[in-house]
Design a protein around this ligand. Structure first.
Ligand code: PLP
Length: 460
């Protein structure tokens, strides 16, 4: 009842009985979603929400796409499930071919799982297994970056740099170094992008040498950082230098494209835009665009080739890997994206969204940075624009903005992040690729209104 009151819903309202659901945040009121259509979601009272973030950067095709629904139903008519230790299925074989055909050279194998954290766990365990195969059993360590998120399972949490998510689980997490992010707006080395020596990339070499190259199995990074920083686009040469350092010290490079993959940043895979080929690439979210849970790790030939005898298999797996429904949904999603040229659309509409945001908010005293690629756009909010001073954490600016926007019928994905103890508030805007230009205009209008209302409430 209290949750309903806080969000202006009458405690007596005839809503569903949610007594037995253990919510991730029991202090929020969640309306019951009734249906979806394109870029819109509708709650049980018929209120319409413009889904400007695809939930958590998931629904890249929008909601209720008939072609994808039909493909899932058709698969159900044939067979719903057969375990991958006993059968293969045509849908997973087709999806693996589609994903690897579009991937950077050598990433020719897809290992299917059920979500992003599982894809990351698989990649990290595979890195370890690879080095054992190669006769280097001391290599186990996975280096990640500050200001990163790779999932909520223990391994993924250990590699990630999200302090508040890690906090109480610290004793359960493997200990490995984390290096600086490539965060040009808040450069950890106080450099300017035009003249910097990409010191943040050099930080990886320092960390490998300090840990001992004989111990380091892999380095993991999001090509464009999502949830913890709001679409951080790295320096154009950053990943080339990272690849060189990884090669120099026999360290595998895992690109975590759970958010950025499958067209989100205006190319099938974001890492392609930086001219390097990772050893593994993790996918989820946009892979089946929310129609069915699925994830995948794309793996380079040279890793797969080492698992070449019965005595040397990759000891790992999950019950639902290669699930026929998930694979059928993934195939239908990619076919739909090809038919409607959605990768190109993500690139073009992304440019337009950035331009509109710069026009509407570029001079705003509390907007520090607007950044992103394709329909993956971040806005960083500040208390003071010149000094880049963040808002006081107690204000919970990002949370109030999210709730205000939600009340206005706009769903965005704001988060608070931390770099070197500094706090930041940002919002991720990642609408479906099918969003129309008129809806894009509405998105910006509702966002500006919500920012103004939030400021009026918090900084009167
Ligand atoms: N990796 C990245 C980059 C993510 O953004 C996320 C989720 O937000 C994950 C991994 C974890 O994915 P999941 O929530 O599907 O386990």
């Amino acid at each position: 009842a209290q949750r309903r009151k806080r969000r202006g819903v009458s405690p007596e309202a005839d809503v569903n009985d949610d007594t037995h659901v253990f919510y991730r945040n029991p202090f929020s009121y969640y309306p019951t979603v009734a249906r979806g259509d394109g870029a819109y979601l509708y709650d049980e009272y018929g209120k319409r929400y413009l889904d400007a973030c695809g939930g958590a950067v998931v629904s890249s095709l929008g909601h209720s796409v008939p072609e994808v629904v039909a493909a899932i139903k058709e698969q159900l008519d044939h067979v719903e499930f057969a375990h991958t230790s006993q059968f293969t299925n045509a849908a997973q074989e087709k999806l693996a071919r589609m994903l690897t055909d579009r991937a950077p050279g050598g990433l020719n194998h897809a290992y299917f799982v059920s979500g992003g954290s599982e894809a990351v766990e698989s990649a990290m365990k595979l890195a370890r297994a690879y080095w054992v195969q190669m006769g280097r059993p001391d290599k186990w360590m996975v280096i990640g970056r500050d200001q990163s998120y790779h999932g909520n399972t223990l391994g993924a949490l250990a590699a990630g740099g999200n302090r508040w998510r890690r906090a109480i689980y610290e004793p359960m997490l493997f200990k490995a170094p984390r290096v600086a992010p490539c965060f040009c707006y808040r450069c950890p080395y106080d450099k300017k992008p035009e003249s910097c020596g990409i010191d943040c990339a050099e930080d990886l070499e320092r960390a490998i040498l300090e840990a001992g190259p004989e111990k380091v199995a892999a380095f993991i990074a999001e090509p464009i950082v999502g949830a913890t920083a709001g679409a951080l686009v790295p320096h154009p040469d950053y990943f080339r230098r990272i690849r060189e350092i990884c090669d120099k010290y026999d360290v595998l490079f895992i690109a975590d494209e759970v958010m950025t993959g499958l067209g989100r940043c205006g190319s099938w895979y974001a890492i392609r835009q930086f001219g390097v080929v990772p050893d593994m690439l993790c996918l989820a979210k946009g892979l089946a665009a929310g129609f069915v849970p699925v994830g995948a790790t794309l793996v380079h030939d040279r890793i797969v080739d080492t698992f070449s005898s019965r005595r040397h298999i990759f000891q790992h797996g999950h019950t639902y890997m290669g699930h026929p429904l998930a694979a059928a949904a993934g195939v239908a999603v990619i076919e739909y994206m090809e038919t409607h040229r959605l990768v190109e659309k993500s690139r073009k509409l992304g440019d337009e969204l950035l331009a509109r945001l710069h026009e509407a908010l570029g001079e705003h005293p509390h907007v520090g940075d607007i950044r992103g690629r394709g329909l993956f756009v971040g806005i960083e909010f500040v208390a003071d624009r010149d000094s880049k001073t963040p808002f006081e954490p107690e204000l919970a600016f990002h949370r109030v903005l999210r709730e205000t926007a939600f009340d206005n019928g706009l769903v965005i994905y704001p988060m608070g992040g931390t770099v070197d103890g500094r706090r930041g508030d940002h919002a991720l805007i990642a609408p479906p690729f099918v969003i129309t230009r008129a809806q894009l205009g509405r998105l910006v209008t509702l966002l500006v209104k919500s920012i103004d209302q939030t400021l009026a409430r918090l900084v009167p």
